[in-house]
Write a protein that binds this ligand. Sequence first.
Ligand SMILES: Nc1ncnc2c1ncn2[C@@H]1O[C@H](COP(=O)(O)OP(=O)(O)O)[C@@H](O)[C@H]1O
Ligand SMILES: [Mg+2]
Length: 255
Amino acid sequence: MPDADLLNGELEITGRITTASNATFLATIADTVVVYKPIAGERALWDFPDGDLASREVAACLVSEAFGWNIVPRTWLRDGPLGAGMVQLWQDIDPDQDAVDLVESDAVPDEGWRRVFDGTDDQDRAVTLIHEDSPALRRMAVFDIVVNNADRKGDHVLAMADGHRHGVDHGLTFHVEHKLRTVLWGWLGEQLTADELAGIDGVCAQLDGNLGAALAELLTADEIEAFAARCERLRRDARFPAPHGEMPAVPWPLF
Ligand SMILES: Nc1ncnc2c1ncn2[C@@H]1O[C@H](COP(=O)(O)OP(=O)(O)O)[C@@H](O)[C@H]1O
Ligand SMILES: [Mg+2]
């Protein structure tokens, strides 16, 4: 929970993030720059019927905190000039880094990157979707599996100057049905590390206490049960899963 100033201080809209599909604004609370997404600006989604997207974003942040991996920037619910919504701390990215990239297929770097798939671009060139092979991004992929993220696009991975990676835009999470749509498939079938397994254990333990109680304010009981089951399954399998089901395994557009 943020301090009282961030909860109650005047929120002033300073711009609109025009690439965003929903009503997503840049705003300030005193000197703190935030993203503000009013619930009233959410587009209705046929495949996410329950509740609002803002609550899912906050729930995703709570799970991120339970992992202790600082994936999701601090996110909370509060009022604003366009009504109640979610607010998230703005992160200044490094414009010279990309954790996810689409490159010409003969230019895939030899080391430090994972291939997701090959295709052709609109000029018929062979291209390959790649992402970096880093502990920070692996942690994000583990997080996405358990929250059932249906929208891990390239632009929802923020590359920070120090090498850290934040994930944003978690409105399409926690569905009871399998919805995982992500660009982070590069470790498919590989074993989770001891650190990754310990992260899942920590989340499972907290689900019986504070985390479970906090999620109950944001998600349905069925969604929380499905979340717990995904955590347990991933802990048992101890491997990055392969895509399954009838839905596409990657979001579109990819970025
Ligand atoms: N907390 C943040 N810090 C920095 N950039 C952000 C943050 N949240 C979103 N963005 C940027 O704004 C874009 C749009 O935000 P996003 O959360 O994806 O909104 P929408 O739900 O409308 O798609 C993101 O792709 C990302 O580039
Ligand atoms: Mg988005």
